[in-house]
Design a binder for this molecule. Structure first.
Ligand code: F0G
Length: 287
């Protein structure tokens, strides 16, 4: 198993946010993973399988966290990592992480979707495995987070709140919960093409259809969030609970704040990545 010690992240009770929203609120702190995001859960499985299949390298497109994670697990496995990003659209800490562990970072003049196309093209070449969330090993690995939540809470929560970028994580949580789904409350950026929450700067979610299915099956809600709503939720997590996540990570909480939730319900907000990854955005938080 190629591992860096991913998973088993804290489920933190959030007393002040609970009181503010009249619910029993918990934060699943995925920034505590080895490279600082939830991607590590899926990458451990995907890279382990890539090695088993005799791959010489892994490739992905990324808004940053997938890149940092793929790069680290590839280094650990002795594989090459090639990551395609949209030029200028990735937080500085994430590029630094990927470069530090030896990844070949290729910035392209185009969108995340263009980068995704490049990654798929390279994966068709011999020896490279694509480790984007279209790889089912990624989904399988990330599903562990849902089982952890149930274990830590002692039951399935009433509501699971998540940021929605490409939708892979939503699909993974649904797989992990299995038959008994909590109500999924998803937060997406209204300005998908240029939101300051750069991790979810994705115009065409690759898992859109499956996400629609999860929302339907769980009686869930998709909330489209303004930049102000995203920023406000991010500030609340930091100031009220002392947890410093990256901007996109607070989209789940922002969606809960914007939707009607029955009093006393148990709500788990997944905080997907660490605040240290995005020093430029952080200037806004501190201002
Ligand atoms: N939160 C963070 C911190 C992310 O990095 C991402 C996705 C999401 C939420 C959205 O998750 O795509 O499964 O719905 N980041 C990808 C990347 C796109 O390349 O790192 P999703």
């Amino acid at each position: 198993m190629i591992t860096l010690g991913e998973g088993n992240t804290p489920l933190l009770r959030a007393p002040r946010l609970s009181e503010r929203f009249g619910v029993e609120l918990w934060l699943k702190w995925e920034g505590a993973n080895p490279t600082g995001s939830f991607k590590d859960r899926g990458m451990a499985v995907a890279v382990t399988r890539a090695v088993e299949r005799g791959a010489t390298g892994v490739v992905c497109a990324s808004t940053g966290n997938t890149a940092a994670s793929a790069a680290a697990y590839a280094a650990r496995a002795g594989l090459h990592a090639v990551v395609f990003t949209s030029r200028g659209a990735v937080a500085r800490g994430k590029v630094a992480q990927a470069r530090a562990v030896g990844a070949d970072v290729r910035e392209i003049d185009g969108t995340f979707e263009d980068a995704h196309r490049e990654a798929r093209r390279l994966a068709d070449e011999e020896g490279f495995v694509n480790v984007n969330s279209i790889n089912p090993d990624r989904i399988e690995g990330q599903a562990s987070a849902a089982r952890e939540v149930v274990q830590q809470l002692g039951r399935v929560p009433d509501i699971l709140a998540l940021p929605y970028g490409g939708g892979g994580n939503t699909v993974a949580y649904a797989v992990g919960f299995g038959e008994r789904l909590p109500r999924f409350v998803l937060g997406e950026a209204d300005r998908r093409e240029d939101t300051f929450a750069s991790a979810i700067r994705i115009v065409e979610p690759v898992h859109r259809l499956e996400v629609g299915g999860v929302l339907k099956r769980s009686g869930g809600t998709l909330v489209t969030l303004s930049e102000d709503q995203l920023e406000e939720a991010w500030r609340l997590v930091a100031r009220e609970e002392g947890v410093f996540c990256e901007p996109a990570s607070a989209a789940g909480l922002a969606a809960v704040a914007a939707s009607v939730t029955a009093a006393g319900q148990s709500v788990v907000c997944v905080l997907t990545g660490h605040g240290l990854k995005d020093p430029d955005a952080t200037e806004r938080l501190a201002a």
